[in-house]
Design a protein around this ligand. Structure first.
Ligand SMILES: NC(=O)c1ccc[n+]([C@@H]2O[C@H](COP(=O)([O-])OP(=O)(O)OC[C@H]3O[C@@H](n4cnc5c(N)ncnc54)[C@H](OP(=O)(O)O)[C@@H]3O)[C@@H](O)[C@H]2O)c1
Length: 302
């Protein structure tokens, strides 16, 4: 059970998920939030790819828990910069696990549905990983490192939604950007399947797992399944612009120039283990998309 005096180090906390994880923990214990992108005054600089910097930082704080979010997450960037990607996404984990084992403290690592090859309809926790991209491979190797922690919690996330207009870098933000740039027609792929993952729910799941010392591998996406086109259609309804903006179904070849990193056909996650211990923690993706769009002001009206 986390106590008020406990210290939690959160790496990569300036990102989409970090925003929610910081809010989840900041009032219940002492949070030490770090990133290489210092976009908040509560962040301090820590590059997890540096073994020395990580060791020095952790020795100095002596945390009771580590939540390791830091990663290169732009799949195209990763494809083009594999050395840097592995230095962060795999070696960063090695560095925090080394300290965690020396201090016998838990490490939480966030993995991805992208460790699977997408040939199955959906994925359970025990299914065999076979990543297709540099990002997917680096995250899977990170998972293998995280499993070396004596107290290891690995949570595989789906298509991340969260962070709001300031921090969201993924699908919701990319769609909103097109609308704000005046697009009245959006071309969205219908041949990539997955499960959105709501950062604010995922942060609650992490809290629950840490608090109750549930170690092991979990899937922590929303409930349900969809394709990208269906998410875009839901967004138009939730934003109240379904009669103004047309969503046109295309296949992946339409966007392959911009999104050239190999992506699995299916990234649908089944949250079997989490549902068994805490059925209340994950909600249907449509509810989460709606809640997310209502939480922030997205549209720049002229
Ligand atoms: N986004 C998704 O769809 C998704 C899906 C499944 C799992 N995940 C995993 O969830 C975790 C959180 O990701 P997110 O969605 O919050 O992505 P994010 O917004 O990109 O956040 C990751 C943060 O880590 C930072 N970072 C990159 N390299 C670093 C380094 N060497 N040292 C310290 N920090 C570094 C990033 O800074 P820069 O922006 O400057 O690189 C960014 O602020 C990651 O482990 C990611 O792999 C994400």
């Amino acid at each position: 059970m986390i106590n008020k005096e406990d210290k939690i180090v959160i790496t990569g906390c300036g990102g989409m998920l970090g925003e929610a994880v910081y809010s989840e923990f900041k009032d219940i214990c002492k949070v030490y939030a770090s990133d290489i992108d210092l976009n908040e005054d509560w962040l301090e600089y820590l590059d997890v790819s540096s073994a020395n910097a990580v060791a020095e930082y952790l020795e100095n704080i002596k945390p009771d828990y580590i939540i390791h979010l830091a990663a290169k997450t732009d799949m195209e960037y990763c494809e083009l910069n594999s050395e840097e990607t592995y230095a962060t996404n795999r070696n960063g984990v090695t560095h925090v696990v080394k300290y965690a084992n020396s201090a016998n403290i838990p490490v939480v690592y966030i993995s991805t549905a992208g460790i699977f090859d997408g040939e199955q309809e959906s994925y359970r926790e025990e299914d065999k990983p076979n990543p297709l991209s540099v990002y997917g491979r680096s995250k899977y190797e990170g998972e293998l490192e995280a499993k070396k922690a004596t107290k290891s919690i690995v949570v595989r996330a789906g298509w991340m939604i969260g962070g709001g207009p300031k921090k969201d870098k993924k699908f919701v933000k990319k769609i909103v950007e097109q609308i704000n740039n005046g697009s009245k027609q959006l071309h969205v792929v219908n041949d990539k399947f997955g499960t959105p993952c709501y950062t604010y729910d995922l942060a609650k799941s992490l809290h629950f797992l840490v608090d109750n010392e549930y170690y092991g591998i979990y899937h922590g996406a929303c409930d349900g399944k969809c394709n990208r086109y269906e998410v875009a259609v839901a967004m138009m309804i939730d934003l109240g612009i379904k009669d103004e903006v047309e969503v046109i179904e295309v296949d992946s070849s339409f966007v392959e120039k911009d999104f050239f990193a190999p992506r699995p056909r299916s990234e649908i996650l089944q949250n079997i283990r989490l549902k068994k211990i805490a059925p209340h923690l994950t909600r249907d993706w449509e509810i989460c998309v709606k809640e997310y769009l209502n939480k922030f002001d997205w549209l720049e009206r002229s």
